[in-house]
Design a protein around this ligand. Structure first.
Ligand code: S3P
Length: 430
């Protein structure tokens, strides 16, 4: 249990955020497929990425850690070994979905499980395309849920054309990773572009990947040439809490350092600016195919806006934080096409409505896959249940800091993506 009190000052100075979760996962997985040591800097040491580290160690990859620096020495594209035990992905959808794609073509058996939340999450969306590619994958509940076992395929993995029913970077990445081992080109069509870190990083490993609009083509490489170093940018999903808090607290003017601003991830900047936020990008730079910069955010008056469609995959994990901002805006905010929130670490659509209405009764409504926020209403102290969902917990924390305080029942889940998040909120009591 933790209490976060109302923040009576503005947010000022500089904030350092942890490394990007998506990029951290991929850095370990891809470094494992090269033949030379790769130094990974600013790796996110949150529980999810550590699940990936453990799974990759279990298939014979040498991984050494020094704080948030990792040294990975791969055994080549064909050097993964059969794990001796069941692999535990913990709470991490990215670990299990991407590794199902990577392990499907291997000549071994691997079984994945995960925590209560991950065992409830939908896995058919990954199993289906992998089976079409010739993989042998079986899962609980009619191939819908973990535990899932992947076996050596009969023959070679096939290059296919796959039209994805939902925009999901995890599913896309699973198909791309399996496609590295295919007999032919793999073509993936997304309804809307989702985060493209797998494609960017694979290109920096010398792989041929072509993207044209919503279509991605993967050409199976003979080998991957690992770079000596990967520098993970800061996670815009973690920056989101400070972007929102600095905007809605009076007297804020803050610089959030080193934030990854890949355009498949910057939906939050677009919608916050559209709602009236003042956000400036400073020191824009590029490394390993990823762009980063420092974000200067100051107090602003917000108004209600409407968005959906192609914007959603570009800010899917930031919707709880954006919903907090919307509660402090004048007028209504309408966020369409957010059905995917129902299958995240918790049912985030239901959780936003139930938990956030405790701060401001009647302000949050879900109608089918639309979230409506009636902004500008009175706010109170709230006691929130975090439902073992890290992003919900952090969003409740900033809501309380900007309103009249909050008590969260269990802060433990925050370590999934942002282990020292609460240290940056200045008034936290156990
Ligand atoms: C992720 C993709 C998104 C996101 C998740 C991380 C990734 O999930 O919500 O936190 O690293 O590829 P979906 O692919 O299910 O949309």
């Amino acid at each position: 249990m933790k209490q976060i009190l109302r923040f009576d000052a503005g947010l000022r100075g500089e904030i350092e955020i942890p490394g990007d979760k998506s990029v951290s996962h991929r850095s370990i997985m891809l470094a494992a497929l090269g033949n030379t040591p790769v130094e990974i800097e600013n790796f996110l040491t949150g529980a999810d990425c550590l699940s990936t580290v453990e799974c990759m160690k279990s298939v014979g990859v040498k991984i050494e850690r020094d704080g948030n620096k990792f040294l990975v020495t791969g055994n080549g594209l064909h050097g993964l070994k059969e794990p001796e035990n069941i692999l535990d992905a913990g709470n991490s959808g990215t670990t299990v979905r991407l590794l199902l794609g990577l392990f499907a073509p291997q000549k071994f058996l691997a079984t994945f499980t995960g925590d209560d939340s991950l065992r409830r999450r939908p896995m058919a969306r990954v199993i289906k395309p992998l089976v079409q590619m010739g993989a042998t994958v079986v899962g609980r509940n009619g191939n819908k849920n973990l535990p899932i076992t992947v076996l050596a395929p009969f023959g070679k993995i096939r290059g296919i054309r796959y039209e994805m029913p939902v925009a999901s970077a995890q599913v896309k990445s699973a198909i791309i990773l399996a496609g590295l081992y295919a007999d032919d080109v793999t073509e993936i069509v997304e309804p809307y572009p989702s985060r493209n870190h797998t494609e960017n990083m694979l290109k920096s490993f010398g792989a041929k990947i072509e993207t044209s609009g919503n279509v991605i083509k993967v050409y199976p490489p003979e080998k991957l040439e690992a770079p000596e170093k990967i520098v993970v940018p800061g996670d815009i999903s973690s920056a989101a809490y400070w972007i929102v808090l600095a905007t809605i607290l009076e007297n804020s003017d803050v610089v959030i350092k080193n934030v990854g601003i890949n355009e498949t991830r910057t939906g939050i900047l677009d919608v916050m600016e559209k709602a009236g936020a003042k956000i400036e990008i400073l020191n824009k730079r590029e490394s390993g195919g990823e762009i980063s910069g420092d974000l200067r955010v100051a107090t602003s008056k917000l108004h209600g806006i409407e968005f959906g469609g192609s914007t959603i995959p570009r800010l899917i994990d930031e919707i709880p934080a954006i919903a907090v901002a919307a509660a402090f805006a004048e007028g209504d905010t309408v966020i369409r096409d957010v059905g995917e929130l129902r299958v995240k670490e918790s049912d985030r659509l239901a959780a936003i409505v139930e938990e956030f209405n405790k701060f401001s009764p009647g302000s949050f409504e879900a109608r089918e896959d639309t979230l409506i926020i009636h902004g500008g209403r009175e706010k109170f102290f709230a006691k929130c249940k975090t439902r073992a969902d890290h992003r919900l917990a952090m969003s409740c924390a900033i809501f309380g800091a900007a309103a009249e305080g909050v008590e969260i029942d269990d802060e433990n889940c925050i370590k999934i993506s942002y282990p020292n998040f609460l240290n940056f909120l200045n008034k936290v009591k156990s």
